[in-house]
Design a binder for this molecule. Structure first.
Ligand code: ZN
Length: 183
């Protein structure tokens, strides 16, 4: 299959967008979406101290590579070793993780993790499907194993998404629309 944006061979297909993308255009698409999510969350003001959460999987591997690339010219930012010292904590969660958290919270009737406090936490890959984050990590030399689907809710979500490709984005959008009320 050919890339939807050029004549190269496609390596990533996106059922939710109808696009097939070559290596270059898939990487550009991931970077553009992740940067947009960072901007929507207030970005990194000059002088910000950043902490990158580590989950020992392809997620944080990919996140570090993405940030190093994106921020290579930003000498005004500081990476810190303790989340307590950080202005912004960067989470490695993907779109699948975020959608699952929303669905699980709704099913369990719990609000504490469903409604995000919005302050000081950004998950740049929360707009990128796990499969694409894994592809991005592998492209940059990640050798670990494939992501596994675990649990009833995750299996249900995977099955439902196969029929309705926009489902995970819909769940993420609902979470974004919910804000904690300041009382
Ligand atoms: Zn292309």
């Amino acid at each position: 299959m050919k890339c939807s944006r050029c004549s190269r061979e496609a390596v990533v297909t996106q059922p939710y967008s109808g696009l097939s993308l070559c290596e270059l255009h898939a990487a550009a698409d991931i970077a553009a979406k992740a940067k947009k999510e960072i901007r929507h969350r207030g970005g990194f003001p000059s002088g910000s101290k950043l902490f990158v959460e580590e989950d020992r999987t392809f997620r944080s591997f990919a996140l570090r590579i993405f940030l190093a690339d994106m921020l290579s010219a930003r000498t005004d930012l500081l990476f810190v070793k303790d989340p307590k010292d950080a202005d912004v904590i960067l989470e490695p969660s993907t779109l699948d993780d975020t959608a699952l958290l929303v669905l699980e919270s709704v099913c369990a009737g719990t609000q504490d993790r469903l409604v995000d406090s919005g302050k000081g936490r950004i998950a740049p890959f929360s707009v990128i499907p796990t499969g694409e984050v894994f592809w991005y990590a592998q492209r940059h030399g990640y050798k670990g194993s494939k992501p596994k689907i675990g649990g009833n809710t995750a299996e249900f979500l995977a099955g439902f998404t196969a029929e309705h490709p926009g489902t995970r984005y819909a769940l993420k959008n609902i979470r974004d629309a919910l804000k904690l009320e300041d009382k």
